[in-house]
Each structure stands twice: as structure tokens, then as C-alpha cells.
Design a protein around this ligand. Sequence first.
Ligand code: FNR
Length: 187
Amino acid sequence: ATYKVGYFVGSLSSKSVNRVLSRSLIRVAPKELEFTEIPIRELPLYSPDYDGDYPPEAVALKEAIGNSDAILFITPEYNRSIPGALKNAIDWASRPWGQNSFDHIPAAVIGASIGAIGTAVAQQSLRGVLSFCNARQMTAPEAYIHYSPEIFAEDGEVLQEGTAQFLGNYMSEFRDHIVRVLTVLPR
Ligand code: FNR
């Protein structure tokens, strides 16, 4: 079987190291996983005033999640939390009330930073948000990626064997997590 993974890159930066990480993850992932990026850049700021009439970007967001078997979040840490653009996208997807797109969806979080803690605090924050959204999170393994251009090439090639194995294992575990969740009760 194959599984459709919709992924969010939490950075809008044209030089995003998390976008590089997303390429690396796709490269090392098991063949059963198919990836589609879910864009967040064009979303307006969420307001409940939109609930009766979502704009096209937000309709597309909810459709993309609905068409995914699982969701992967690849995000930087901003001021010890998740970037506003990503939180905004999650807020859109979680609404209107009763139509939360993340309900029961298999999900995983990962992130890279140039600093030593590798987005650990942002990931904890994101996990809290996703818990409230009732996503079925992979709790282990965790992955806090310390980014360096000696390890990650721009095109996503992983230049260090140990890191490539670590990321490959992470993605295999994510596949197993998706299979477990969807086998028990398909969405
Ligand atoms: C950062 N950065 C950062 N890094 C970190 O480890 N913890 C943090 O709390 C923050 N806070 C923060 C706030 C803001 C507004 C910016 C712009 C940056 C540094 C961050 O890890 C670095 O810019 C990464 O390169 C961001 O990831 P992308 O955008 O390259 O994927």
C-alpha cells in the first residue's frame, strides 16, 4: 500500500534550512510514502468572521489535508515557539468548529535549526497544539536536527551517513505509525 503524506514547511524564508530538511526527508523516506507540500504562504490571517465563507486558499488547505493520509510538520523554532505562519495555517485547518481537519490524522513533527537545541522547544509547543487538534502524533522517535551545510546539501542530499540513517529510520517509523493508526480505524 502507499500512503499520501501532506507536509507543512513552517518557514517562509527563501533560504529555509527546514525546506532543505524536507527534501532530505523525502529522499530517505520508504517507498510507500508519497509527498505533497501543503502551502501556507498565501493564507490570510485567520478570523472567525471567515467561518461561513472560507477564502479559496483556506478551502484548498482543508482539501489538501482531507486528501492526505497523514501530515508531517517540518518547522523552525521562532522565539521558543512555532512560527506565526504555521500556527495561522493550523488555526485555519482546525475550523470552522466541528470541521477540524486534523481530527484523528496520523502526524509527526520534526525541525532543524542552526542552534544546538534543534527546535526542541518549538516542537513541544507544536505537540501541545496538535494534541488539542486531536491529531494522532508519533511520540517517538523524536528528531531535533542541528543544521549544517556540511551535512545537508541544498538539494537535500544528506552528506553524513549517520544522519542519513537517523532520518531514514525516523521516516520508516513514521510509516509504521501511519499503518498502525489507519489499520486500527481508517479515517
Ligand atoms: C529565530 N531563530 C531561532 N532559533 C532557535 O533555535 N530558537 C529560537 O527561538 C529562534 N527564534 C527565532 C526567531 C525569529 C523571528 C527568527 C527569524 C529566527 C533562528 C532560526 O533557527 C534560524 O533562522 C533558522 O534558519 C530558521 O529556519 P528556516 O527558516 O531557515 O527554515
